[in-house]
Design a protein around this ligand. Structure first.
Ligand code: CP3
Length: 363
């Protein structure tokens, strides 16, 4: 099996020779070849220049032989394309040109130009699809409406993301206006990525865990479900391609599988399954064996090695912990090996190599 076949099969819970492996934030600061490019180009230049975005996307694939590549970009490009530009502080952290703080600010955000303003993503993905060929799968992504709203309302990184939560609690109508607009922009963006040939789409709901279990369904899961329904992701499970519902789905039929990664929300399994995701990411704080019990077999699971192991442990520790996860998931058709969150910037390269080798040689 090629990496592309292995990854696509696992997303649809079909059998594989071994679990596919890729890592969230596999490109970036942990790699010396990325740090070298950063001496010449800013992050935003890397993201917006297709040749450079393609190069940075391919760097971790060349070095480690992952089964899938994830486009090098950021979730903040969608707010930017809707009229709220971002950059980075020298001391670290995201800073946006302004914070969204009123109904008027929400009204000013515009979906109309999202696809045009993000045409560099379209170009990057088309180049990547060609470069990767049959060997390696290509993953596109977007932030979730809830997670984007948290950044947009703080105007960047914050110690506590309280403003979006306050809007959701105190002015539900205004929160829905923002979430609807984001949903609209995200759907347009993802349709463009589908047309460019991605093999799967991941929705990052990295701030889902800031919500209570009672708030999560309306503040986040509902919009994830709407996005997935509108892009026409295949019904989950191995028989999906034969389903009449999919055949009747119209021009979007044949849309790629969707992965939902919602950090810190695993007390909401029913809501997560209810989004219609083909794959659910599991964060490192949760037991993968318990996730296996909680989630129906037609939905694949992805995760969940603790990212801190890549910085603090030895390659032997990493191999042992990775093996435990592989054993816990043995015999489950839909399983994709990953971390429980992104690769830390100070990850040790020998630890990443040990992780990949452990998955690749697992019998
Ligand atoms: O996974 C990948 O390799 C693909 C690239 C990718 C990046 N960001 C590159 C990046 C993806 C998928 C993201 C998603 C993203 N961006 C998320 C969701 C995933 C998660 O980690 O929870 C979030 C919350 C963001 C917003 C964001 N972008 C933050 C909080 C930061 C860190 C700011 C800082 O100074 O540390 C970024 C910057 C960013 N995005 C970097 C990279 C490689 C570092 C930029 C640099 O090189 O200095």
């Amino acid at each position: 099996m090629t990496g592309r076949q292995r990854f696509s099969s696992a997303c649809q819970c079909r059998s594989v020779d071994r679990p596919p492996v890729w890592l969230m934030r596999q490109a970036g600061r942990a790699l010396p070849e990325y740090r070298r490019l950063k001496e010449t180009y800013s992050f935003v230049e890397l993201v917006q220049t297709p040749e450079l975005a393609v190069e940075v996307t391919l760097q971790p694939v060349r070095r480690f032989g992952f089964d899938a590549a994830i486009l090098f970009s950021d979730i903040l490009v969608v707010p930017e394309a809707m009229g709220q530009p971002y950059g980075f502080r020298d001391t670290g952290g995201v800073v946006m040109d302004f914070a969204v703080s009123s109904a008027a600010d929400i009204a000013r955000l515009s979906v109309a130009q999202v696809v045009e303003r993000l045409s560099y993503v379209d170009q990057s993905l088309r180049m990547l699809r060609k470069e990767l060929g049959e060997q390696t799968a290509l993953i596109g992504f977007s932030g979730s409406p809830w997670t984007l709203a948290t950044f947009m309302m703080e105007g960047g990184s914050a110690e506590k993301f309280t403003r979006a939560l306050a809007l959701f609690r105190d002015d539900r109508k205004a929160y829905y206006a923002l979430a609807e607009k984001l949903t609209e922009g995200i759907v347009a963006y993802l349709r463009m990525q589908i047309a460019a040939g991605v093999d799967a789409l991941q929705l990052f709901d990295s701030h889902g865990g800031h919500l209570s279990a009672a708030e999560f369904p309306e503040a986040s899961a509902r919009w994830l479900r709407e996005i997935i329904a509108r892009i026409g992701a295949p019904a989950s499970g191995p028989a999906a391609h034969a389903s009449a519902a999919l055949k009747a789905a119209g021009p979007e039929a044949g849309a790629p599988p969707v992965i939902v990664f919602s950090l810190g929300t695993h007390r909401n399994w029913d809501d997560l399954v209810g989004t219609g995701a083909n794959v659910l990411g599991v964060d490192w704080q949760y037991s993968l064996a318990e996730a296996r019990q909680a989630v129906p077999e037609r939905v694949a699971l992805q995760g969940n090695l603790a990212p801190a192991l890549l910085t603090e442990a030895t390659p032997e520790d990493v191999a042992r912990e990775a093996t435990q996860l592989l054993v816990a998931m043995r015999g489950r058709p839909g399983y994709i090996f990953n971390l429980g969150h992104g690769v830390p910037p100070n990850a040790r390269l020998e630890n990443i190599a040990a992780l990949v080798e452990t998955v690749r040689s697992f019998k």
